[in-house]
Design a protein around this ligand. Structure first.
Ligand code: CA
Ligand code: CA
Length: 591
């Protein structure tokens, strides 16, 4: 259901009232309509489908050059690490997370702090890839987020005081939460991180009001899922497939497949889409088989957690390509018919277009310049055609201590990593934040130890070119054509947003918020925020003006895991600021 014009007018006319008494409660309808209501941003993804497309056009290719900061807000303290958050905005209040599991409510007109919440993490947390958080969820009168010690926290939206806190998993076994939760039909739904520690991945739903577990869906084949009512299992287990079918021995018990990047939701098919990480350990010779449901996209029923279909991008992953990247629902016309599709740009270098009703492969193509591990995709199934000698070798074939190394491209940090791409309903293009890098990778023996790294691999990442690593690309999902590209010296690690004003926004580790022409890729605007931008921009309308916000603060996985690439970026300054921009009044075109 979409808000009609009358509905939108009502929402705007109540804004003044809302400001005087704080933000109004967020309803299911607010969440489902988010992409069509530019006066607020109440979901991660600027809409549950995750398109990150704004219908606003006040700000456009003609006036973007005049964009100016309205205010900047410091996250404060010494906790300056990667700021990968996407802000939410409701009734003039911004809710944004920061490194080390912190949340801030800010007056979106002035940049003044309303409250802050610090999760006070224990010493033993085990985040693989920096102490990041990607954002909150809003529902009713609460603000929700996940913590690095794998808890879900519900805060009062007006005071920032916790209303309930639930342990989702044991951080001492390697679990963490970094993704923004998603709220559908009154349930708050989260994944977990931990694929580098041999956890068992799972997606779980909790009652948003009470915090009671509603269902649990493990994402390693062989583990059962369950539905709960009042704390009791109310149904027999919902099968997660046969233990041992795609895993040898007991390997499925520590199989990873962590859905650490959260999910999207498609209202047309009533389906959640979550991706899963690498199978554990990285050394693939220890686990012959496809290792379901690792490195896959899962279509999940939001009512009971059952798996409707799965699509595995990297069966028997031996390169840590994961399969977590966001699956974005979109429709396109072909031969006079509307295709209900979904697209994802995988770490493994291929871009996939799927039928979102049944998971059927429609087409796939490389979105990076070079892929060494596969020669292509089976045109019928989308299954990769493995390159000969593309897989790092088995230590057992050598002296047992180290297998034969290979050069693999993309590197394990991916042709694209966590940073979300955007889809423009105007141009029909996807805007993909990608990177060109390779790695030396080899396997080593390893055995599982609870809470220890479970890799069995060594690696060094290297730039693929002398003068750039990052490439922002406009990709045509119907043809696989790269319509334009913009190269950046440092690897891109921030999310992308596009608008009806034909603009594409993203940030760079060099510190810039940038805007591009969505049709041509021409760089139209840049502003240096003082630290690397690895957050995800948003835009909304307030008091008749269009605003843009983005978090700034260099960090994330690249400085920690980047090998030779980390040397390229080691001089970038850390930070922690959310910036908000708008046009000066005399530059706004009359409506
Ligand atoms: Ca909205
Ligand atoms: Ca991984």
């Amino acid at each position: 259901m979409r808000l009609n014009r009358f509905g939108i007018r009502i929402a705007v006319s109540t804004l003044a009232l809302a400001v005087s008494c704080g933000a109004q409660a967020v309803t299911d309808e607010d969440i489902l309509n988010d992409a069509n209501t530019p006066e607020d941003v109440v979901t991660y993804g600027m809409g549950t489908q995750g398109q990150r497309f704004s219908t606003l056009a006040n700000l456009n290719t003609d006036n973007i050059q005049y964009l100016q900061p309205a205010w900047a807000f410091s996250f404060g303290s010494e906790k300056m690490r990667g700021q990968e958050s996407q802000p939410l905005i409701k009734d003039g209040v911004m809710y944004v997370t920061a490194s080390y599991s912190r949340v801030y409510a800010i007056d979106a007109r002035t940049g003044e702090e309303l409250w802050q919440y610090d999760a006070r993490l224990p010493d033993g947390i085990m985040p693989c890839c920096d102490v990041v958080n990607r954002g909150v969820a809003l529902y009713g009168n609460k603000v929700y987020f996940g913590t690095l010690d794998a808890r879900l926290v519900a805060l009062n939206k007006d005071t920032g005081k916790p209303e309930w806190i639930k342990k989702v998993a044991d951080y001492q076994a390697g679990y963490a939460i970094t993704a923004a939760p998603i709220i559908i039909k009154g349930k708050i739904i989260t994944g977990v991180a931990g694929g580098e520690f041999g956890v068992v991945g799972k997606v779980e739903a909790y009652d948003a009001e009470t915090g009671d577990l509603a269902w649990t869906r493990p994402t390693v084949e062989g583990h059962m899922g369950y539905v709960y009512e009042d704390g009791e299992k109310v149904e027999n287990g919902i099968s997660g497939g046969e233990a041992g079918r795609t895993w040898p021995g007991d390997m499925w018990k520590t199989g990873g497949a962590a859905p650490w990047l959260g999910g999207t939701y498609d209202q047309d098919t009533d389906t959640l889409f979550f991706g899963t990480s690498n199978p554990s350990p990285w050394n693939s010779h220890l686990r012959p088989g496809d290792n379901l449901f690792s490195s896959s996209r899962l279509a999940i029923d939001p009512d009971d957690g059952s798996i409707k279909w799965h699509f595995q991008t990297t069966p028997h992953d031996g390169w840590d390509y994961d399969g977590v990247n966001e699956l974005i629902s979109f429709n396109y016309e072909e031969n006079g018919k509307t295709v209900m599709a979904a697209a994802t740009a995988d770490r493994n270098g291929f871009f996939y277009v799927l039928n979102r009703e049944n998971g059927d492969f429609i087409r796939g193509f490389p979105f990076v310049d070079k892929i060494t591990w596969a020669t292509g995709l089976d045109p019928k199934t989308g299954r990769p055609i493995y390159a000969e000698n593309g897989r790092p070798g088995d230590p057992a074939d050598m002296d047992g201590s180290k297998g034969e190394a290979v050069v693999a491209q993309p590197a394990f940090l991916g042709g694209k990593n966590w940073m979300p791409m955007a889809y423009s309903q105007k141009t029909g293009l996807f805007y993909v934040p990608s990177n060109e890098w390779s790695m030396d990778i080899w396997n080593e023996p390893v055995s599982y130890k609870r809470g220890g790294a479970f890799l069995g691999a060594g690696f060094t990442i290297k730039p693929a070119n002398d003068d750039y690593i990052g490439v922002l690309r406009a990709m045509d999902p119907k043809t696989g054509e790269e319509v334009w590209r913009h190269e950046n010296p440092a690897p891109l690690w921030g999310g992308v947003m596009t608008t009806a004003g034909d603009l594409v926004f993203t940030g760079t580790p060099e510190g810039y918020l940038k805007a591009f022409d969505a049709k041509t890729g021409e760089e139209l605007y840049k502003f240096n925020t003082g630290s690397g931008v690895v957050g995800t921009p948003v835009t909304w309308q307030m008091d008749g003006e269009q605003f843009v916000s983005v978090a700034s603060g260099w960090g994330g996985a690249v400085p920690l895991w980047g090998g030779e690439v980390a040397k390229v970026v080691k001089h970038f300054n850390q930070g922690g600021t959310v910036w908000t921009f708008k046009l000066p009044k005399d530059r706004v075109a009359s409506q």
